[in-house]
Design a protein around this ligand. Structure first.
Ligand code: GYE
Length: 369
């Protein structure tokens, strides 16, 4: 519908968003979006028609395309590995509804890189107005991003990040995974207060920015603590079954550990099952400290119950930020090269921390996902 206009805006907006960010570490944008042909008169954004700029992300029921047409969006989602992912998918389906003026083509790539790449290529072939990619892995995106750019389709990298040249996509939005890992490490240092730690890490999916960032952030803090030892670090693939399997194998290999770091809540549920079966106690009254990430509703219930000591949030409700970017592009406004979705951390009752909020029933009641 809005193809030609979107094509023309894409190049200009990448430039503008980088300027808006003061350059950052993003590579200089090129005037890369191929100008196809001049827009027909009825497609040109008339200034007096453009809605006023919004300070905040538009409400979900905000009016859609500036020209009144439906906006087609292809979303290549990671999969359905976790509760976090389910909440994220639902959030996109709600925000990019027909009622809101969108036609959303949703593909669940089931954690398979080839399926995800093919989905993006199909979106390009179908001439979607916009493409959102939640990249399974950081690597391997240059070629297909170039193809999208050659086709003049703006790409939003959402949730996770890629290691491709930033000039190949319009914007990236998501949580700061390194900061999350550092929060976990800082909290642990504060809690242990100089005591020894023998740490087991259940990582997320191999090659995912969520895994790489949380690992890097936690390791940054661990490097400052000679009294800490990371005994092992294995992928549980962000699933409950994966978390359980890795924990079972850790229990066979290590008899002496006092911290388990699970890189998402579902892995923590699996790890708790494995420890229950082995008679190992955990949480505020147990022998093993559990750190988790995501802070989904169930994860926070375990935190409130004192089973998970510290749960570092990653907010899955990110679609409004993506919709805001698309609405800005539709109106010819600049967009930021990157949007960081803010996180908090939560600790079990009885713990007070400068890095985290102490859990209460009220906090849990306010958590919809
Ligand atoms: O932590 C995990 C999900 O990329 C932040 O992916 C996301 C992670 C999230 O499977 O539960």
């Amino acid at each position: 519908m809005k193809k030609k206009l979107a094509v023309l805006l894409a190049g200009a907006m990448v430039m503008a968003s980088l300027v808006g960010c003061g350059g950052g570490d993003a590579a200089p944008a090129e005037t890369s979006a191929p100008a196809e042909e001049a827009p027909a008169a009825d497609e040109a954004p008339a200034a007096d028609e453009a809605p006023a700029a919004e300070e905040e992300a538009p409400a979900a029921d905000e009016a859609p395309a500036a020209d009144g047409g439906t906006i087609s969006v292809g979303f290549a989602q990671v999969g359905h590995e976790s509760d976090w992912r389910a909440a994220n998918t639902q959030n996109y389906q709600d925000a990019f509804s027909e009622a809101n003026g969108y036609e959303l083509s949703f593909v669940d790539a089931d954690n398979d890189n080839a399926v995800q790449l093919e989905a993006v290529r199909n979106f390009i072939q179908q001439e979607m107005d916009y493409i959102c990619i939640a990249p399974i892995e950081t690597a391997g995106w240059d070629t297909v991003l170039q193809e999208a750019q050659d086709a003049g389709i703006p790409v939003l990298i959402v949730d996770r990040s890629v290691d491709a040249d930033p000039s190949l996509y319009t914007t990236q939005l998501g949580c700061d995974m390194v900061a999350e890992g550092e929060t976990a490490g800082n909290w642990l240092a504060e809690y242990l207060d100089g005591a020894e730690a023998k740490i087991l890490v259940i990582e997320g999916s191999v090659g995912a920015s969520a895994t790489l960032g949380r690992t890097e952030g936690f390791n940054n803090i661990a490097a400052q603590h000679s009294e800490w030892e990371i005994l092992d670090s294995q992928s549980g693939d962000f699933t409950q079954a994966g978390g359980q399997e890795v924990m079972e194998s850790f229990i066979k290999s290590y008899s002496d550990f006092n911290v388990v770091v699970c890189q998402n809540d579902n892995e923590a549920y699996g790890a708790m099952d494995a420890m229950d079966a082995a008679g190992i106690t955990y949480g505020v009254d147990g022998d093993v400290i559990i750190i988790s990430f995501d802070a989904t509703h169930d994860g926070l219930q375990y935190t409130l119950d004192g089973k998970i000591n510290c749960n570092v949030e990653c907010n899955p409700l990110q679609a409004e930020f993506a919709a805001d970017v698309i609405q800005k592009l539709e109106k010819g406004e600049a967009v930021d090269a990157q949007t960081i979705v803010k996180d908090e951390a939560f600790v079990a009752p009885g713990i007070t921390s400068q890095y985290a909020v102490t859990m209460t029933q009220e906090v849990l009641d306010g958590r919809a996902y």
